[in-house]
Ligand binder design. Structure first.
Ligand code: BGC
Ligand code: BGC
Length: 839
């Protein structure tokens, strides 16, 4: 059912419009593809030639060839499917011989929860492996390969060493340390029974409004390039020599191919509408070192290039990646990403395999995709040669990894997980990643015998300093007790001060009993991962928020203030910079909070124990609306350039910075109200009376939680609104824009439903009668509704001050799902429903 709806949604021509607002064009459609031939078609000759090193050798190929020849078509197709441990049980592998499993960011080990130490993970890995190795008629025992997002250490496992996120590692400019970080990550992953890390992320984010920007090392391709190969070598070791698992190494996955960081407006899973040259010169740079270093796998990006979804782009997956770049490992998909290819669903997508995908990441659709792919292989829609090539690559990776050997000496080495030696590597990375942006009168380093007030909500919170992809998917809900081997920033400061003859007093709100010599305030972004971290502008927090008020109060008390700012990206913090005597960008440093104290707290004489080494790997904005901002962008004028970072002993005075935000005028989002599961700022859903409409997120269009379902109980009049600060839509109305809704009726209304807008202070009219439209819509089928703004204006909306661009109201029972609500310039098919009766 779900798959069919998704298919209808994705092929429906009504979803394809040129000239939509940018984010709408990114919603999985392939606008423009058909219209402009050649768009999204790569030219391999423009790319440098590279080659996988260490993957292909005669002995391995012989063994793989024999194994391949022994497999039935069913077993081959099984190798090409990966299910998620939240949706597949070990027993399922008897009927569906999957070649791989993964644990997604929110998927706990079997019979346990997200916050489990290594033994639960080992037991899970062993349970799946055991079934894949069973001797059964018609089954060739080949172990499943188990992948996980070990993207800043094996951060899914309680007790693991958690490294700074990549944004911080980029600031280190230390490729040699990257290799060491890769080794540590591999050892902790292998010790947990897991074979494969879904990293390194080689994205080159050009617009940090993208919530995944912190997964990238830098906006600068040169930094990404200098790290990629080292990280692959660290994770995998010497691929040519093989037996990686036996040496505490795991498979790497260079991701996400390609230009995930190049999407317009930094929209997650959006469209990179850029020249092929920019792919070659910017976004692909990391692959030029990762492939020769022998990365065993490459993960495909959710995003599109020139309107074509990467998962269906043969010219890039096969022509460029496999042929020109000579990649000989496995091309793995990303989380149902194949389902976004036109004509595909999460459960059926020959087009992706034919484009060059080898392994479907089909977390919850492994059964459907197995059945569909098998049928397509049988009837020739997927050539058998393509199947054999994919399976050969998968078996090659398994062989090189040492997965086919029975010994796993690292599995169960619990002493490796969060070991002192590993933590020391992470602590060094923390020290090297800190970037000093302001240091008036040499306030830092602090004398170790000072009395220091430590304040701020993030000072004693290892979860907050670790960010997303930590124990839970979004990194939310973690407590210090979930990190038995970790140390908060506060704990590290206290340790250093006490050891140095000083003292630390902690109070999150900044109250103190003895007037401190100096205050350190730790604050910043709260954890987020995919989707949840996307922004429309770079303003850290609007107005005088609690953190800023705290900085100002301490300063007013005559206390010198040090800001330790946690974030996944540079943000506009002019007011916070003004209110701080010293300001340190600490990114998301991970579990080793002690690294912060190593640099901030000096000797008793005030000499540094460790200097600042970090320099910005992303440009720091001068204005909140300054995005995209990266070196090379037209009019590049950051507050702090790429590469900026003060050192101890360096004098630099920061003149007071303007504090007026330019967000309101420049980037206030007036045209996207709901999309892919989000209500981008300033919008949010509002239900009145509260609780009168049951609302929940649902998967739609093959995208997790992209839709929002609403059910009116019918016991009272209830309204659903998308509301925010009032915006002026007069220009949009004059330009004949339409309010566009993608929706589905789940249960037809019993009594009239009203569609209206809300204005501040009030709109005079009653809005439009939507009942006939909803009654005509077949329940369960996706629909598009376009209503001209002028039609709403004529029905009473004051376009100059719209505070709710969408209000739906009824007194009876009714249920619908909304997939998007936006303004569109494409008025084709728009209707103007009759006015509703007066309220
Ligand atoms: C999983 C993540 C995955 C995401 C994709 C979550 O439920 O846990 O690993 O990346 O879904 O949307
Ligand atoms: C993310 C990938 C991740 C995968 C598995 C996806 O949603 O985009 O980066 O590896 O989920 O969790």
């Amino acid at each position: 059912m779900k798959a069919t709806l998704a298919a209808a949604l994705l092929v429906a021509p009504l979803l394809v419009h040129a000239g939509q607002p940018p984010a709408a064009a990114a919603s999985g459609s392939q606008s423009g593809a058909a219209a402009s031939p050649g768009r999204g078609e790569a030219h391999p000759a423009l790319w440098p030639a590279t080659r996988s090193r260490g993957l292909v050798d005669a002995a391995t190929e012989k063994r793989v060839g024999q194994l391949l020849a022994s497999l039935s078509l069913e077993e081959k197709v099984g190798q090409m499917v990966q299910g998620d441990i939240a949706s597949v049980r070990p027993e399922d592998l008897r009927r569906y011989p999957l070649g791989s499993i993964l644990a997604g960011g929110g998927s706990p080990p079997l019979g346990a929860d997200d916050r489990s130490p290594a033994p639960a993970w080992i037991a899970t890995a062993q349970a799946f492996r055991a079934v894949s190795l069973e001797a059964r008629p018609g089954h060739v025992p080949i172990p499943v390969v188990f992948g996980i997002d070990a993207i800043h250490g094996n951060s899914n496992v309680v007790g693991a060493t958690v490294f700074p996120h990549n944004v911080g590692l980029g600031a280190m400019r230390d490729p040699a340390l990257m290799r060491r970080i890769g080794e540590v990550t591999a050892e902790e992953t292998a010790a947990s029974g897991i074979d494969w890390s879904f990293g390194p992320t080689l994205t080159v984010p050009q617009d940090v409004r993208w919530g995944r920007a912190y997964e990238g090392y830098s906006e600068d391709p040169a930094i990404v390039r200098s790290y990629a190969g080292e990280m692959v070598r660290g994770l995998q070791g010497d691929v040519a020599a093989g037996h990686l698992l036996q040496k505490g190494r795991v498979a790497a996955s260079a991701k996400h191919f390609l230009a995930d960081g190049g999407t317009r407006d930094g929209i997650d899973q959006g469209d990179a509408d850029i020249d092929e040259r920019v792919l070659v010169d910017t976004h692909a740079q990391g692959y030029y070192t990762a492939i020769p270093a022998g990365t065993l796998t490459v993960m495909v990006s959710f995003s599109s290039w020139q309107g074509i979804k990467m998962h269906g782009n043969a010219s890039l997956l096969t022509g460029v990646l496999k042929q020109r770049l000579g990649f000989e490992g496995v091309v793995v998909g990303d989380w149902n990403g194949h389902g976004q290819v036109p004509g595909c669903t999460p459960g059926d997508c020959a087009a992706a395999i034919n484009a060059g995908l080898d392994l479907f990441m089909a977390p919850d659709h492994w059964r459907e995709i197995y059945d569909a792919t098998l049928a397509e292989a049988r009837d020739g829609r997927i050539p058998l040669a393509r199947i054999d090539d994919a399976v050969r690559r998968i078996l090659r990776v398994k062989a090189k990894l040492g997965l086919l050997e029975p010994e796993r000496p690292w599995e169960g080495r619990l002493d490796a997980i969060g070991s002192p030696a590993h933590r020391a590597v992470a602590r060094q990375a923390v020290r090297e990643s800190l970037v000093l942006l302001r240091n008036e009168r040499g306030l830092l380093p602090l004398r170790s015998n000072a009395h220091v007030l430590v304040a701020g909500a993030a000072a004693d919170d290892i979860g907050r300093q670790s960010g997303g992809w930590t124990l839970s998917w979004q990194g939310t809900g973690n407590r210090n007790s979930d990190f038995p081997n970790g140390e908060s920033i506060l704990a590290g400061l206290r340790e250093a001060l006490v050891a140095g003859g000083g003292s630390a007093e902690f109070n999150a709100e900044g109250q103190y009993t003895h007037k401190p010599d100096v205050a350190i305030v730790v604050y910043g972004e709260t954890p987020y991962a995919e989707m949840q971290g996307d922004l429309r502008h770079l303003e850290f927090q609007q107005g005088e928020h609690a953190d800023l008020a705290l900085l100002k109060r301490l300063k007013a008390d005559g206390i010198p203030v040090v800001s330790v700012f946690l974030s996944g990206r540079p943000l506009w913090v002019n007011a916070e910079l003004n209110a701080s005597d010293a300001f340190v960008a600490a990114w998301f440093p991970g579990t080793e909070g002690g690294g912060v104290a190593d640099v901030l707290v000096g000797t008793a004489a005030g000499q540094p124990r460790h200097g600042f080494r970090g320099t910005l790997s992303f440009s720091w904005p001068r204005r909140a609306a300054q995005a995209p901002l990266h070196e090379g962008v037209a009019g590049y004028d950051p507050l702090f350039r790429l590469g900026y970072g003060l050192k101890y002993g360096q004098q630099a005075t920061l003149a007071p910075l303007p504090e007026a935000s330019d967000v309101e005028g420049a980037v206030w989002n007036v045209d996207r109200y709901y999309q892919r599961g989000h209500t981008p700022a300033p919008w949010g859903f509002r239900i009145e009376p509260e609780g009168a409409i049951d609302a929940h997120a649902v998967d739609a269009g093959g995208i997790q939680e992209a839709g929002r379902s609403f059910q009116w109980s019918g016991t009272q009049a209830a309204s659903l609104a998308i509301s925010g600060a009032p915006v002026d839509l007069s220009r949009q109305a004059n330009a004949q824009l339409v309010l566009r809704l993608e929706y589905r009726v789940d249960a037809r209304p019993a009594v009239p439903v009203r569609l209206a807008m809300e204005c501040t202070p009030a709109c005079p009219g009653a809005g439009l009668d939507l009942t006939p439209v909803l009654m005509a819509a077949a329940p369960g089928e996706w629909q598009e509704l376009k209503v001209p703004l002028t039609c709403l204006r004529d029905a009473g909306a004051d376009m100059s001050t719209v505070s709710s661009p969408l209000v739906l109201e009824t007194t009876g029972p009714f249920a619908m799902t909304i997939l998007s609500a936006t303004l569109s310039a494409d008025g084709v098919g728009a209707i103007c429903p009759a006015r509703a009766g007066q309220r």
